[in-house]
Design a protein around this ligand. Structure first.
Ligand code: AMP
Ligand code: ZN
Length: 302
């Protein structure tokens, strides 16, 4: 625990991240952002021959699509929704009074039609569905989004707002599975180039509640999720920096994404936790990027 706090404090002391009054909500320095941008270029170079299009999403997702995703069934503890003031002058006066007296001013805020994006690939699926059946080659999309998860923590690697870069494959089951296996290998190649110790292991998502335990075990048994982990906060419990997910036809069915033959599409995605990968680099190679190993610098900065 002390070790985690001290790494976070070192990052603040060196001006790599900037603290706020909220755990897991930090401003990023220019150098931190540069490392992320360089890493994204590296990751994109691995998928460039297959990618059919690229998208960057804002951090919000239409509420309807958020509902369709099933996120509130599986991960209600992590979700965030956008609420806004929708009142009249009288309501505004009440709000100002609450603010002045330190009472809860948020109780009359109303849900908007936007939820915070919990996973970078969710906004993609409704876009693909609206286009009608996929071509026979399916879709292969490079994307990036800020994500929100309500998991406040002083572990520097567990933020409430962070970015995921993803590649997403949509097509038949063979295409999705092959994609997932390819990226498991590529993820390890990328980490080798960055000289970061890692291994890939079977994993499960943090499904909520008692039913969630069963869902987590079933996800593991079916080997639907793998994570590439790197020791960052401790050797004993390394941190997931990438995930390799096969969703079967769950999202195809939820959003009604069709293959060329009319059947529901299968999907898979690889997600890179951009802040975690930057933190792994700072943890293993030091807080001064000029002192990072020459070959790592070459891979990132050319
Ligand atoms: P997941 O959708 O949970 O598989 O997450 C994909 C990747 O995003 C993970 O492997 C992490 O690298 C990253 N990630 C997930 N949650 C967080 C978080 N709270 N803070 C920072 N990065 C995260
Ligand atoms: Zn995804």
């Amino acid at each position: 625990m002390d070790k985690q706090i001290s790494f976070l404090d070192q990052l603040f002391d060196r001006g790599i991240l900037y603290d706020s009054a909220v755990d897991g909500l930090y401003a990023r320095s220019g150098i931190f952002e540069d490392v992320i941008a360089r890493f994204e270029d590296l990751a994109k170079s691995f998928g460039k021959d297959e990618t059919s299009e690229a998208m960057v999403f804002p951090p919000g997702l239409p509420m309807k699509d958020f509902e369709t995703s099933g996120y509130m069934k599986n991960f209600p503890q992590l979700a965030g929704t956008v609420h806004a003031f929708c009142g009249n002058d009288h309501d505004h006066a009440g709000l100002l009074q609450c603010l002045a007296s330190g009472e809860d001013w948020t109780k009359n805020q109303k849900a908007t039609d936007i939820a915070l994006t919990p996973a970078a690939c969710y906004p993609l699926y409704p876009i693909l569905a609206r286009r009608g059946p996929l071509p026979a080659t399916g879709a292969y999309v490079a994307l990036q989004s800020y994500c929100y998860r309500h998991e406040p923590s002083r572990e520097p690697t567990r933020m409430q707002m962070f970015r995921q870069r993803e590649f997403v494959r949509v097509g038949n089951s063979e295409q999705a599975i092959e994609f997932r296996e390819t990226w498991k290998k590529r993820g390890q190649e990328i980490m080798k180039l960055l000289q970061l110790p890692c291994h890939v292991e079977v994993a499960n998502d943090p499904f909520f509640g008692r039913a969630g335990k069963i869902m987590g075990s079933s996800q593991r048994e079916q080997e639907l999720k793998f994570e590439l982990v790197v020791p960052i906060n401790s050797e004993a419990s390394p941190t997931a920096c990438m995930s390799f997910n096969y969703h079967m036809d769950n999202f195809g069915k939820a959003w009604n994404i069709r293959q060329a033959d009319g059947s529901h599409a299968y999907t898979a995605c690889v997600g890179f936790g951009l802040e975690r990968i930057a933190l792994a680099l700072f943890r293993h190679h030091g807080l001064e990027t000029e002192n990072w190993p020459t070959n790592v610098r070459k891979v990132l900065w050319g």
